[in-house]
Design a binder for this molecule. Sequence first.
Ligand SMILES: NC(=O)c1ccc[n+]([C@@H]2O[C@H](COP(=O)([O-])OP(=O)(O)OC[C@H]3O[C@@H](n4cnc5c(N)ncnc54)[C@H](O)[C@@H]3O)[C@@H](O)[C@H]2O)c1
Length: 335
Amino acid sequence: MIQKKLNSILLGIFKKHGLNTAHAKICCKALINAELVGAPSHGLARLMMYCKRIQKKLINPKPKIKVKKISHSISFVHANNSIGFVAANIGIKQVIKNAKKTGIGLVGIKNSGHYGLSGYYAEQAVKKGLMVFCFTNAPPALAPHGSKKSLFGTNPICFGVPTGKIPFVLDMSTSMINRGKIRRASKFGEKIPYGVAMNKAGKITTNAKEALLGTQLPIAGFKGSGLAWMVDILSGVLTGSSHGGKTKDPFDDFSGPQNIGHLFIAINPKIFVGKNFLKEIKKNIRLVKKLPKAKGFSSILYPGERKNKTYKKNLNRDIPIPSKILKEMEKLNAV
Ligand SMILES: NC(=O)c1ccc[n+]([C@@H]2O[C@H](COP(=O)([O-])OP(=O)(O)OC[C@H]3O[C@@H](n4cnc5c(N)ncnc54)[C@H](O)[C@@H]3O)[C@@H](O)[C@H]2O)c1
């Protein structure tokens, strides 16, 4: 579908669901960006879920979001159960402002919801010349090391840094694959890769539906479990949001709002080395890239490079939409 048309349909859907134009535009941009960067698991495939949660009054379409100043560097956003995109948009703008003022910004966000791709927010800070960390917690998907029950989310860790060229953005779930990919595979009856999830009985499965009922595997065993735990503490415990497995699954649990927490940290990369930073980061990347290549590799990519390429390739193209999602969009437009 032509992007302009898609944007106008999405805008209409969000406005019909009670969002004001500014908030609806933020949601459209985030969903379309996910499609453009090649992450459809976090794009239109989630539209129905967001709208269902608004219809059930679990996402507040007209939130009164408060930004509390704690110091020149630190702010605390009370998102009032807004859709995650809107809360995160306010949060990232605030952390950029704080870091520009003082050299370092810290923003905690509570009472939010699923905000999509961390890298989308990280890029905004990087484009303003800042180094950034973005954290969010998510509903139970991973069993903590030593347990057979899911408790941690796929809790992504995201780190961005300006390079003078394409932003370096390491944006990764702490699970072997992100849950959105499993959701999408389940929706379209596809298999998932071997070794990323277990079924309820604790056996590795490639069946997406079984995986959703079982547990996903963390990256690198107990280390990944530890990182997911760290993100739960930073996003959940620190901000006064849900944590310890209490974050509700946006697709399956309609018993209340998600109360997700996010934490953004932005740093002026010139604070210690001044203008030298850009020179040194370029040198750093050059040194890595010119290493002899392993078998099967013609180049060494840094995190974010491939997504950036995909984005540029797709920027002026139509967005393919599976018929199942088109039908959902028609239904939502008719509400
Ligand atoms: N909001 C949420 O609750 C939530 C939860 C989990 C994940 N997510 C999002 O899902 C998205 C996807 O996560 P993922 O774990 O599937 O990421 P991924 O596995 O696709 O990529 C992880 C990282 O590895 C880098 N990378 C990939 N191939 C590379 C290569 N060949 N060389 C060098 N670097 C490479 C990517 O740039 C990326 O930074 C992320 O944007 C994440 O924020 C969101």
